[in-house]
Design a protein around this ligand. Sequence first.
Ligand SMILES: [Zn+2]
Length: 110
Amino acid sequence: MHLKKGDTVMVLSGREQDRGKTGEVERVLIKEGKAIVTGINVKVRHTKPSMANPQGGRIERPAPLAASKLMVICPACQKPTRIKHVMVEGRSVRACKKCSEQILTKYKTE
Ligand SMILES: [Zn+2]
């Protein structure tokens, strides 16, 4: 999985209205090979009134997208890029294939 939570990504394919859009990765679903991106692939759910939501109505939530359809935008060169892994101080870190700058993650992952 080349994506991490907090990455800015571009949508390569998928629904027409989402193609070429960018957003931030909200969640990575490693097992499914998918990611949820803010504002992309938004599905509307109509819900009945419930205790948690007494009004009911429409809930807009982004649905997971295949990670293979997403490309990370390098924070250094601002281009959508493939990721390479480089060793820094004995740790594998992600780097941009275009400018070779490291791509740091916003959030600590285990
Ligand atoms: Zn770059």
